[in-house]
Design a protein around this ligand. Structure first.
Ligand code: ADP
Ligand code: MG
Length: 280
């Protein structure tokens, strides 16, 4: 239980993931004890290969731990059948990935409600309107993905993740294809979804300015949580990264870390050559 008595959305104990065997074994997660609190935006930072994606996949029931336990939304994932896990992922978890993965032939609105259609569930129009409002998409609903900027497309992907009212949304580098300004924009909108809609979010990011939108930043290194920063600011995050300059340097190849990504880069990644100019 968290100090205010709210049940955690996820808890791990001794979470371990080893890929491969013998000399080739990679300890992607080396024993993680973690509690993620409801109604928070948690950022995860760490060098490439430190285990961020593996941690998210294990938390979301997309990957099976080698050892340890994961509880998600009050259930022990290790004790669940594949079928129950699949149902859990569909109803309790939302995902946002680096590639926006929108359906090109559908409008923004059609993309957002797609998960409900696939589940033959009704759209809660009040909730839909709230999400669209909080993510600033009201004037973009009739647009197709190719008519939207990268940042707008990712907001549509976030709305699509939220529409099923998941207990938690996991974003694995959701800003990875966005330039620095669009990254911070997206996190600003996600911050609103936490504050105004109570959505719990866990987001991997390389950008200290983006992570500063979080309530908490977890720092991973070699499959372990090496720091846990509450109420972070860009300054405290940068200071923390500087204490581990070697690790921080390994991440400088990532466009988010340098701020060097241009609109054209983000563009090429989304294969939507005419969209960036429209993000005004
Ligand atoms: P991050 O997301 O922080 O970059 P990952 O969780 O993707 O890190 O990877 C952690 C470690 O596990 C890395 O050394 C990576 O090479 C390894 N790894 C990840 N997935 C696999 C896999 N399917 N098979 C083998 N090794 C993997
Ligand atoms: Mg990763």
């Amino acid at each position: 239980m968290t100090p205010d008595g709210a049940a955690p959305i996820a808890t791990t104990t001794g979470l371990t993931k080893v890929y491969g065997k013998g000399e080739a074994a990679v300890h992607a997660l080396a024993g993680i004890d973690l509690e993620l609190r409801a109604g928070e935006l948690t950022a995860i930072m760490g060098p490439s290969g430190s285990g961020k994606s593996t941690l998210m996949h294990c938390l979301a029931g997309l990957d099976t731990p080698t050892a340890g336990t994961v509880w998600l939304a009050g259930q022990d994932l290790g004790s669940m059948s594949d079928r129950a896990l699949t149902a859990m992922r569909r109803t309790k978890v939302g995902f946002v990935f680096q590639a926006f993965n929108l359906v090109a032939t559908l409008t923004a609105e059609e993309n957002i409600v797609l998960p409900l259609q696939l589940a033959h569930a009704k759209v809660d129009t009040e909730w839909f309107d709230q999400i669209v409002d909080v993510l600033g998409l009201a004037s973009r609903l009739k647009h197709r993905p190719s008519q939207l900027s990268g940042g707008q497309q990712q907001r549509v992907a976030c709305a699509r993740a939220m529409v099923t009212k998941p207990v938690v949304i996991f974003g694995d580098e959701p800003t990875g294809n966005l330039d620095t300004a669009a990254s911070r924009d997206l996190l600003g909108f996600l911050r609103h979804s936490v504050d105004e809609l109570g959505q719990s979010l866990v987001v991997v990011t390389h950008d200290p300015g983006t992570a500063a939108f979080a309530d908490r930043v977890l720092f991973l290194s070699d499959g372990k949580v090496v720091d846990d920063l509450a109420n972070p600011t860009q300054a405290t995050i940068l200071a923390r990264l500087r204490t581990d300059a070697t690790d921080a340097n390994t991440d400088h190849a990532h466009p988010d870390a340098t701020g060097a990504a241009t609109g054209a880069d983000a563009d090429a990644a989304t294969q939507a050559p005419t969209t960036v100019a429209r993000e005004q």
